[in-house]
Design a protein around this ligand. Structure first.
Ligand code: 5GP
Ligand code: ZN
Length: 115
C-alpha cells in the first residue's frame, strides 16, 4: 500500500475514524464530511486505488463491500425508505481518495441525476 493512502491508515488504525463495522476483509466508517444524515464509507482493507484496478479475483471482495453496505443500511433502518450507494471512479467522477470506497447515503430524499 502507498504510505500516503488515507484509507489504508484508517484501516490500520493509524488515523481515527468512527467505525460502524469491520471484519477481516472490509471496514465501514462515517464520512468526515457527511452529505446526508447517514453517510458511511465501506472499503476493502486491501489497497485498490480505483475500480479500474479490480481484477477477476476481486469479485468476492467487492461483493462483500456491497453486501456490507446493504446490511448496514438495513440495520440502521434505511432499507425501507431507501438509500444510495456510489463508487466514484477517477477524478472526472469526483474520486478524491484513491482507495476504493462505496458511499452509503441515507436519511434524506435523493435527486437524480447526480451532479
Ligand atoms: P470520493 O470523493 O473519493 O468519492 O470520497 C472520499 C470521501 O472521503 C469524501 O466523502 C470525504 O468526505 C471522505 N473523507 C476524506 N478524508 C476523510 C477522513 O480523514 N476521514 C473520513 N472518515 N472521511 C474522509
Ligand atoms: Zn489504501
Amino acid at each position: 500500500m502507498p504510505d500516503a493512502c488515507l484509507f489504508c491508515k484508517i484501516a490500520s488504525g493509524d488515523i481515527p475514524a468512527t467505525i460502524v463495522y469491520q471484519d477481516d476483509e472490509v471496514l465501514a466508517f462515517q464520512d468526515i464530511a457527511a452529505q446526508a444524515p447517514f453517510h458511511i464509507l465501506v472499503i476493502p482493507r486491501r489497497h485498490i486505488a480505483t475500480l479500474n484496478d479490480l481484477e477477476a479475483g476481486d469479485q468476492k471482495l467487492v461483493g462483500s463491500v456491497v453486501t456490507t453496505a446493504a446490511r448496514i443500511a438495513r440495520e440502521h433502518g434505511h432499507a425501507q425508505d431507501g438509500y444510495r450507494t456510489v463508487f466514484n471512479c477517477n477524478r472526472g467522477a469526483g474520486q478524491t481518495v484513491f482507495h476504493i470506497h462505496l458511499h452509503l447515503l441515507a436519511g434524506r430524499n435523493m435527486t437524480w441525476p447526480p451532479g
